[in-house]
Design a protein around this ligand. Structure first.
Ligand SMILES: Nc1nc2c(ncn2[C@@H]2O[C@H](COP(=O)(O)OP(=O)(O)OP(=O)(O)O)[C@@H](O)[C@H]2O)c(=O)[nH]1
Ligand SMILES: [Mg+2]
Length: 467
């Protein structure tokens, strides 16, 4: 990847729409655009006022008489642009052909097609954003829910960056005090051990607090992965349809109807619930080969779920298969749904609690009959919010939202613990430097202040072309 190339890409999704936007970024951006863009009114691209959208003819680079579109062009000169380089944007008509033809002409004129994330990568390298900001940009584009969007926007505003920088400053302050005392013993008092330990503890507490936000941050970003499990025919697909108010899953009275995993999203209390309907679980001898494969998938999904909704048919007795499913769910976050309670029930809440060794507050009565009133869906939604959101969301708080950030903070926490132990065991101050340096570099990895090339690669590999 050559940094000095001028890169281009279509920044909007391909398809019909009012407008499409092409971006051009790099030192040759104006020169390349000049070959394709003729502003109406006689000015050249180089003469356009900064940031001013100007109606222009877009044409073939080797023939100004061959028009492609009449569109808006704007120049944002370095360093006041998204990438920090000179950027030219062409806002042409939407649809596949206009934008693709213009892209072709820009490539012929000397631009190179941008790689995924290359605009944002350049923004990072030019100091326009830090890594948490770049990741927040991606999270904002990918957001599935209002709260996920809010968290990404706070990180984009710099809240996570500020929190990490504040920590780095504290570590730098302790380290420089220690080293000043070592270098100039006459002028600087050696800091008291208890005082340094207290500072370490304060920093550690803040790192731990940030680490503690990761689970919620991940849920805000990815949604709560919720798997519906149970024997065949207990009403799993009917529940998915009722919750998503759709006819997404096939429902029949034949046991073993669902074979593949069916995925739908719904919004719940500002976060998204990623709901998965699965093949019913029963003894393998009763299932054909396709259903067995489906059951394997159910087991895989169960392992990865944030929440399992375990459905039991309340109109019949609890079976051996129900008990086996309950055993497989051990250790998983589970709500037990006594389903089909629009019909006379044979299983009570107390009976189920005992049979499945599950707390009564984790049991709900539900029904989603084909023709008839549903029961318990609101209570179910509230119970899910109660488990994952209540008391965990602080207004205005920024949450860690990816494993990269968490792993770097874990490294920082480890190094700080090593320094603390060393100090407690009476190690002289100058032997703490190595650990304190590790704390600083791990914190710097989160924002990109101290970061290795491979980490940068990893961050930008997730981006789409044009961003
Ligand atoms: N009365 C009543 N019938 C229900 C209820 N939920 C589902 N049913 C009926 O039970 C049968 C099975 O429903 P499904 O939703 O296909 O059950 P499933 O658990 O997805 O079944 P498999 O895909 O075979 O594992 C259908 O005839 C549904 O109409 C309910 O709450 N009450
Ligand atoms: Mg089904």
């Amino acid at each position: 990847m050559k940094l000095h190339d001028t890169i281009t890409a279509i920044a909007t999704p391909i398809g019909s729409g009012g407008i499409a936007i092409l971006r051009l970024s790099g030192s040759q951006a104006e020169e390349i655009a000049t070959r394709v863009v003729s502003p109406l009114g006689g000015k050249t691209v180089a003469e356009l006022e900064n940031y001013k959208l100007t109606l222009s003819m877009i044409h073939a680079c080797d023939n100004p008489e061959a028009p492609i579109d009449r569109a808006l062009a704007v120049v944002m000169r370095a360093p006041r642009s998204y990438t920090g380089e000179t950027v030219v944007e062409i806002h042409c008509h939407g649809g596949f052909f206009a934008a693709s033809r213009i892209l072709e002409e820009l490539l012929k004129s000397g631009a190179r097609l941008a790689e995924g994330g290359e605009f944002t990568r350049r923004a990072f390298l030019n100091g326009k954003t830090d890594l948490t900001g770049a990741e927040a940009t991606m999270d904002l584009i990918d957001a599935h829910s209002a709260l996920g969007l809010g968290n990404a926007a706070r990180a984009l505003k710099g809240q996570l960056f500020d929190a990490i920088e504040a920590l780095r400053e504290q570590v730098i302050a302790v380290t420089s005090h220690i080293s000043a005392a070592a270098d100039y013993p006459e002028e600087v008092d050696i800091p008291q051990q208890e005082h340094v330990l207290l500072q370490f503890a304060t920093i550690k507490q803040e790192i731990d607090r940030l680490l503690g936000t990761f689970e919620t941050g991940r849920l805000l970003k990815e949604g709560i992965t919720t798997v519906i499990v149970g024997r065949p025919n207990v009403g799993k697909s009917s529940l998915l349809n009722a919750l998503t108010r759709s006819d997404r899953a096939i429902v029949t009275d034949i046991p073993g109807t669902t074979r593949d995993v069916i995925e739908e999203y719904l919004q719940l209390g500002g976060v998204s619930l990623r709901l998965l309907d699965t093949a019913g679980l029963r003894s393998r001898e009763d299932a054909d080969a396709v259903e067995q494969l489906g059951m394997d998938r159910t087991m895989e999904q169960m392992q990865e779920a944030d929440l399992c909704l375990f459905l039991v048919d309340a109109t019949g007795a609890i079976t051996e298969e129900d008990l086996q499913i309950a055993a497989a769910l051990k250790g998983k976050q589970t709500l037990l749904l006594l389903n089909k309670t629009d019909q006379p029930e044979q299983v009570t809440v107390a009976g189920a609690a005992e049979a499945f060794s599950i707390a009564e507050e984790r049991i709900l009565k539900t029904a989603t009959p084909k023709d008839g009133k549903t029961i318990g869906l609101e209570a179910l939604e509230q119970a899910i919010c109660g488990i994952f959101l209540e008391g965990k969301l602080q207004p205005g708080e920024v949450y860690l939202s990816n494993a990269r950030q968490r792993d770097s903070l874990l490294k920082a926490a480890d190094a700080l613990s090593r320094a603390t132990e060393a100090l407690k065991s009476g190690m002289p101050y100058d032997l703490l430097y190595v650990d304190l340096e590790d704390v600083l570099s791990a914190l710097g990895e989160v924002t990109g202040v101290t970061v290795q090339e491979e980490i940068i690669e990893q961050v930008f590999a997730r981006f789409c072309v044009g961003k």
